[in-house]
Design a protein around this ligand. Structure first.
Ligand code: NAP
Length: 438
């Protein structure tokens, strides 16, 4: 007998948790349970399609994690196929690694107009996430505003302004690539409510904005301070100074031959989406930063745009039977422990911050709690019990081998230089798996 753990969610946090559990409790039986047939969460559905190097971490994770002790159960949804209470009866420990899949809502008047999208949906759409394929945003507009000065905002702005040749090297699904290539968008405004020193871009991502062949970043020199403004820890200050230097370097880029613009608009907050049924402009208010917070000055201005993407952060959804902190959009926990037998890692544990590897320490912490809570193997049925329950209900999970067959198909049908042609529809994935078995 061995300890038994189920991890709900197969994004980086789930894989890191499995990896840490294997190291901390040798021999532990782990099942990773995923709602979609395809694994890897944000690596597949969130990381930008033109950041293929970042996506390679998936291969590293699968090599270290998937083995005879750790299995993958894809296309199994908690709440649809079995309940959390049933899962907890089957395993000693259940680890929630379900992320923060919903948008922090834009609550200004007009936010429900056609042409206004949250980044979760917009990013999901261009990443071929089955939940968002139907979004079909209208890109037949001249100008877009992306609200937020974080990496998601910059991803959206970059993909909208990348050249068609650049997009051909991505794994954008055909529909998204076609819509972007046909789009006349030549002006994207990146709107931040605070100043250049407060922007949350990481420097590599920011620098990329200056390296696009058809797009020039546009800034107003008077908005760029001499040095980073505000009280920061030393490391934080260095990062902000680096961003400031990058923003200043954009002023020297020769716009000749670059027909698109990404305008960095600082000290401006959204007030209202203007227009009839469709978005036609974003009314903004000029701000000043007082003790780190944006305060309105009363001065307003309008930015004409037919597309508004709000990239102002994400939030976790409440899970039936699990406490929820609606203020922070997370599950309340003590360093990853919710209660004996129930743990949280990644964005549902600590909110939507950090890069992929930031979830690694969460896995280690959860594994240490589980080792302390379950020092000895128990008598929970684990995988055998789960397989029995699913079979009784006529639910057929997608195995990791099945996923590898889907992946091989995606890679073999790609049109170079694109690295893969994603399945974007669950029914099509299941049909392929069924037919390719015959
Ligand atoms: P983020 O980094 O937290 O940025 C959110 C932005 O939205 C901030 O500029 C924030 O301004 C602004 N904002 C929040 N509420 C607002 C409101 N009501 N009105 C106007 N602006 C508002 O979040 P994110 O971009 O969604 O990224 C999530 C995490 O994923 C981050 O840790 C990010 O680094 C990571 N990520 C990394 C990569 C990469 O490494 N390439 C790519 C994508 C995402 P304030 O600062 O004033 O609150």
């Amino acid at each position: 007998m061995a300890q038994k753990a189920a991890i709900i969610g197969s994004g980086p946090a789930g894989f890191y948790a499995a990896d840490a559990l294997q190291v901390t409790i040798p021999g532990i039986e782990i099942d990773i349970i995923e709602r979609l047939p395809t694994p890897f969460g944000l690596i597949r559905g969130g990381v930008a399609p033109d950041h293929q190097t970042t996506k390679k971490v998936a291969h590293k994770l699968e090599k270290t994690v998937i083995n005879s002790n750790t299995a993958y159960f894809g296309n199994i949804e908690i709440g649809r196929d079995l309940t959390l209470a049933e899962l907890r009866n089957l395993y000693d420990a259940v680890v929630l690694a379900v992320g923060a899949p919903s948008d922090r809502k834009l609550t200004i008047p007009g936010a429900d107009k056609i042409g206004v999208h949250g980044s979760a949906a917009f990013v999901g759409w261009y990443n071929g996430h089955p939940d968002f394929v139907e979004l079909q945003p209208d890109l037949n507009v001249d100008a877009a505003v992306v609200i937020g000065h974080g990496n998601v905002a910059i991803d959206v702005a970059r993909l909208l302004t990348r050249s068609a040749a650049g997009r051909a090297r991505t794994d954008l699904p055909d529909y998204a690539r076609a819509a972007m290539d046909a789009s006349p968008i030549s002006q994207v405004t990146l709107l931040g409510r605070r100043g250049p020193s407060d922007a949350k871009f990481t420097n590599v991502e920011l620098r990329e904005m200056g390296e696009l062949s058809e797009c020039v970043p546009v800034l107003r020199a008077e908005q760029l301070p001499e040095t980073a403004e505000g009280e920061f820890m030393e490391r934080d200050r260095r990062l902000r100074e680096r961003n400031l230097a990058t923003l200043k370097s954009f002023l020297d880029i020769d716009p000749a031959g670059r027909k698109k613009r990404v305008a960095f608009e600082f000290f401006a907050r959204p007030l209202e989406v203007l227009g009839g049924e469709r978005a036609e402009a974003l009314r903004c208010e000029r701000t000043r930063v007082v003790e780190g917070r944006a305060e309105g000055t009363g001065e307003t201005f309008d930015i004409p745009c037919g597309l508004v993407v709000s990239a102002i952060g994400y939030r976790a959804e409440p899970i039936p039977g699990v406490p929820y902190d609606a203020q922070q959009g997370i599950v309340p926990n003590d360093r990853g422990r919710i209660e004996k037998g129930l743990y949280a890692v990644g964005w549902i544990k600590r909110g939507p911050t950090g890069v992929i590897s930031s979830s690694r320490p969460d896995g280690v912490e959860a594994a240490e709690h589980i080792a302390a809570d379950f020092p000895e193997p128990g008598n929970k049925p684990g995988r055998a019990g789960l397989s029995r329950l699913l079979a009784e209900r006529g639910v057929k999970p997608v195995s990791f081998d099945d996923w590898k067959r889907l992946e091989a198909e995606e890679v073999s049908t790609a049109r170079p230089p694109s690295p893969r042609r994603k399945f974007t529809d669950v029914a099509a994935m299941m049909k392929f798996l069924e037919e390719s078995k015959r």
